[in-house]
Design a protein around this ligand. Structure first.
Ligand code: SF4
Ligand code: SF4
Length: 114
């Protein structure tokens, strides 16, 4: 049985989660469009897109695009902080899983009790 984890820590405003755009795509669509994953990688790399993770069983690929959010201010604050209703849901919830951003102030620890 997998241990349940809970989030701890706080945002240290490193801004890293807003500096790139991540998209989950359908793996079989990518392979069908480009002929192979290798061909897709070659094409994507010319456009600043990286294939970060491939989940063959789930038919998913995680793409990372080198494109910063237009609402990230120079001090790493979010220009939508004053209007939270305009902020995308994913921004309110982030991070809700363990990510690979080393500078993030949040960590996930095993949950104790029931
Ligand atoms: S809207 Fe704000 S929190 Fe969301 S990605 Fe952009 S800068 Fe970051
Ligand atoms: S990566 Fe973590 S610490 Fe950095 S801005 Fe995003 S939520 Fe905050």
């Amino acid at each position: 049985m997998m241990a349940r984890k809970e989030r701890t820590g706080e945002c240290v405003m490193c801004g890293e989660c807003c500096k790139k755009t991540r998209v989950t795509a359908v793996l079989s669509n990518i392979v069908s469009q480009h002929g192979s994953l290798k061909e897709a990688e070659a094409y994507y790399s010319l456009h600043g897109i990286k294939i970060m993770d491939v989940d063959e069983a789930g038919d998913r690929a995680l793409l990372e695009i080198d494109m910063q959010c237009s609402k990230l201010a120079p001090d790493n604050s979010c220009l939508l902080n004053g209007t939270p209703e305009k902020k995308p849901l994913i921004c309110h919830k982030y991070p809700w899983f363990e990510d690979d951003i080393e500078t993030c102030g949040y960590t996930f620890v095993a949950k104790t009790g029931y």
